[in-house]
Design a protein around this ligand. Sequence first.
Ligand code: IMP
Ligand code: MG
Length: 179
Amino acid sequence: MQNDIEKVIFSAKDLETRIAELGEMITKDYEGKELIVIGILKGSNIFTSDLVRKMNIPLKIDFMVVSSYGNTTESSGVVRILKDLENSAENKHLLIVEDIVDSGLTLKYLKEMLHARNPASIKICTLLDKPAGRKEHVAIDYLGFEVPDEFIVGYGIDYAEMYRNLPYVGVLKREVYEK
Ligand code: IMP
Ligand code: MG
């Protein structure tokens, strides 16, 4: 598995340090608010789990599973909800937690959909941002790191469902996905 990685861009230590900083910022911003942290599965599972343990405030954790319509991930931008929230979003502060923002289509759609449920607020926290891929503007409220326009895996992020368990974020060798 390690042999398929071109280079490590963020080590386990880098991730831990940055996530602690994000947790501290979020803790300050949501003091005294009714917060639901919404992890977008499966990619943000590991990030969400580490992040919430750096947030020293009462909160609920919920998860959504979403999938793009069509054959490719760069389809219409219409997202199918495979698993919805278990909590009511009405009058709650929602923090969407994503693994990586690429085109922005998924989050744009998701945010609009959650808006219709009359939450008190909606913010976005993503571990990684790949600005080179952007097609739709999305306001990122909390960002871990920017990444170059390369295929990223690890720390929850997959290629063909593999590599999610790498403890670091790395670039996948081209030969792995071009063969
Ligand atoms: P988008 O912003 O709607 O294009 O979708 C972002 C989603 O695409 C992420 O949640 C990932 O599941 C996936 N994705 C985007 N870039 C990468 C990458 O470099 N490696 C693995 N998955 C990616
Ligand atoms: Mg994803």
